[in-house]
Design a binder for this molecule. Structure first.
Ligand SMILES: [Zn+2]
Length: 310
């Protein structure tokens, strides 16, 4: 009797596995990717490869189909222009997993996983960056955590959506959107099958006075209808432009509609102090719920057409 009571209490307090986005898992992903051990995930470093392997392992766990060239991996060579050291070529990869719903068209969900490493590849805002670990918790372990949570959600929700979903973790974004551009020039799925692309880059530092920005609202006439009446417990605002900020710009350049989620700049941006303990994982969870609402609405509509934004 005592045991049964204990079991009942245990089951009552512990929610059974849920595919819904969860702050706890978001924190776990970010703590792993942005720990000092990962040395800032600089392109070409062993830690960059370790981050890619972490993402691939989770894609496999969720049951996504590999859609890279070598399993989940689409390897490429990134050119680092002379900044601190001389020009160099570094091997890296995109990590690509496919949720095949047998649908004619596909939606891309993406986030870059690389960051600035030990401050020797340029674009650090620290005065003496060389040798300092640029953890990149917000930029962009937060976006990768979002990518993994959405992948898990759609892979495990037992619903066959009317679109396929292509989950992509891009390499070498910090060196100039190199991973997303490489994919778009060497696609592993015909680009004309793509409906739109959702990009997450820095979604971990929610500021309630600003709200989360959603760029790309002007990249298709379909977006206003999809956003109409959508409610969220977090504050958000839309911005028409889709051609800046992150990998979404590469998709925009190929005339693919985009949305770009971003919680805004902060004093730790591109500095060694962009650390995991500054992340608001609970707010990120709500941002992901908002993304799911928007995705679910967009998936009830026909493939959208691109409109350029002036
Ligand atoms: Zn970034």
């Amino acid at each position: 009797m005592k045991n049964i009571l204990f079991l009942a209490l245990f089951l009552g307090s512990q929610p059974l596995f849920s595919q819904e986005p969860a702050a706890k898992r978001i924190t776990k992903h970010i703590n792993f990717l942005a720990s000092d051990k990962m040395k800032g995930r600089g392109t070409g470093s062993p830690e960059n490869a370790k981050a890619a392997a972490y993402i691939a392992r989770h894609f496999k766990k969720y049951g996504l189909k590999p859609l890279g060239v070598k399993g989940y991996y689409q390897n490429f060579t990134a050119k680092v222009r002379r900044v601190v050291v001389s020009d160099s070529l570094r091997e890296t990869t995109n990590v690509i997993g496919f949720l095949d719903n047998g649908a004619p068209h596909t939606i891309v969900i993406g986030a870059h996983y690389d960051h600035l490493g030990l401050g020797r590849q340029g674009s650090s805002l620290e005065k003496q960056p060389e040798g300092q670990i640029h953890n990149g918790a917000d930029d962009n372990a937060s976006g990768v955590a979002g990518l993994l949570e959405l992948a898990q959600y759609y892979a495990k929700n037992k619903i066959k959506e009317p679109y396929n979903l292509l989950f992509m973790a891009f390499g070498a974004e910090e060196l100039g959107l190199l991973g997303s551009r490489f994919f778009l020039n060497n696609p592993t799925i015909p680009l004309e099958k793509l409906n739109f692309m959702i990009c997450m880059d820095m979604i971990g530092r929610y500021d309630p006075s600003r709200g989360v920005g959603v760029g790309g609202y002007g990249t298709s006439d379909a977006w206003p209808e999809i956003f109409k009446g959508v409610e969220s417990s977090i504050k958000f605002f839309t911005d028409r432009a889709g051609n800046g900020g992150s990998d979404n710009a590469a998709f925009y350049a190929k005339q693919i509609p985009v949305l770009f989620f971003h919680t805004g700049g902060h004093p730790d941006y591109h500095k060694p102090s962009d650390d995991p303990e500054k992340i608001d994982a609970k707010a990120e969870e709500e941002i992901l719920r908002l993304e799911i609402k928007l995705l679910d609405r967009a998936m009830q509509k026909p493939k959208m057409t691109f409109t350029p934004v002036k």
